[in-house]
Design a protein around this ligand. Structure first.
Ligand SMILES: Nc1ncnc2c1ncn2[C@@H]1O[C@H](COP(=O)(O)OP(=O)(O)OP(=O)(O)O)[C@@H](O)[C@H]1O
Ligand SMILES: [Mg+2]
Length: 343
């Protein structure tokens, strides 16, 4: 049996758009969930690396077979390339956590990996396979549960984690959540991007933009409700840089999230033991990149007005809330909690 001090504990938030790691040696890293391999021998010569990961991969995408291997929180079905992309992503994250010093290089790694609630079953088998050889002990948990654990919001609370591929909901009852306590819907950040691209294209058919530009605009200007400022962007129109007002398009695209998120929240609440509903209503926590949409928390709080009073708050650190929670779980776990991964 290993001594606790021989082991590097890590919490990993494996996300569709970003993946984060928090480690027991104090390392914290976040990368964009992209992996790319050079497309041909010319690209190989220019790039001088067998594989590129994260922002670097995105920036060199013209030379790469670029993968965003997770879709709706799970590895895309039936693609070996995507499975090896997840492997590269996790190996890279664990490498970052081990640091350059080399002191942690030889330590065993025990990882708690958070995945979207709805994808838990589908992901488990695949993750076990791709993690063999990279980590020695593994625990796979639902992402919103990891967030709840990290915040110590384990009793009578609800976490709503709005990511890129999925929005995940979890009610905490002071024990490990069951399927009934969790929901996952596929309306999330990517849905806003697709809708925003469509709306901008309709209004400005000659504007030239990519989905990456759309995402940047959204992240800068996202809001729901009455606009407090105009969302202005500069785009080439027939090759000429032109300033466009996309306020209404941003609003419509972001507001698309409201019905599915408030309905799922209210539905899950209605299934909570009636004695505890009020306490859960007053402890609703928004996490994930989507929690940064201006006005979203307030809107959901107003939606709670339909069933009485409620309170919605937003996590302080949406980037690391999941991986920090995973690390907290890893540090509290006992030997029996770990699944051993031997090659
Ligand atoms: N300020 C912002 N306003 C609106 N959306 C934002 C903002 N910042 C980030 N996002 C969006 O949040 C999403 C990323 O959030 P997060 O990193 O939590 O997702 P993920 O964990 O990668 O995805 P998932 O949990 O679905 O696998 C992206 O769609 C991103 O564009
Ligand atoms: Mg996530």
């Amino acid at each position: 049996m290993s001594q606790k001090s021989d082991i590097l504990y890590v919490g990993v938030d494996l996300g569709t758009s970003h993946s984060a790691i928090s480690a027991s040696n104090g390392e914290h890293h976040v990368i964009e969930s992209y992996v790319g391999w050079p497309v041909d021998m010319v690209a190989r010569k220019v790039i001088k690396k067998p594989v590129m990961i994260g922002r670097e991969a995105l920036d060199n995408r013209s030379m790469l077979d670029l993968r965003r291997p997770l879709e709706k929180g799970v590895v895309k079905e039936g693609s070996e390339k995507d499975a090896s992309a997840v492997h590269e992503l996790l190996r890279h994250l664990v490498g970052l956590a081990k640091g350059k010093s080399g002191a942690d290089g030889k330590r065993k790694v025990h990882a708690v990996v958070g995945v979207p609630a709805g994808a838990l079953r589908a992901s488990k088998h695949m993750l076990r396979e791709v993690l063999k050889g990279t980590v020695d002990g593994l625990m796979i948990v639902s992402e919103p549960f990891a967030v709840a654990y990290g915040l110590e919001e384990l009793l009578h609370s609800m976490i709503i984690d709005i990511g890129a591929g999925t929005s995940d909901f979890c009610v905490m009852n002071g024990r490990y959540p069951t399927d009934e306590d969790q929901r996952s819907v596929t309306t999330a950040g990517d849905t806003i991007d697709e809708q925003l691209a469509k709306l901008v294209k309709e209004k400005h058919p000659d504007a030239q933009f990519s989905i990456h530009m759309i995402r940047e605009w959204k992240e800068k200007w996202s809001f729901v409700g009455e606009p407090k400022q105009r969302a202005m962007v500069t785009v080439p129109v027939n090759g000429k840089p032109t300033s466009l007002d996309i306020t209404n398009e941003v609003r419509t695209a972001c507001e698309q999230l409201l019905p599915p998120i408030s309905e799922t929240m209210l539905d899950l609440l209605s299934r909570v033991d009636p004695e505890y509903q009020e306490r859960v209503r007053n402890s609703i926590i928004l996490a994930g990149g989507g929690s940064r949409i201006v006005g979203l928390g307030q809107h959901l709080q107003e939606a709670l007005g339909q069933v009485g009073h409620g309170k919605v708050r937003i996590v302080d650190d949406p980037v690391f809330a999941g991986s920090n929670g995973g690390l907290a779980l890893a540090l509290d776990a006992v030997d029996a909690d770990w699944e051993q991964l031997t090659v």
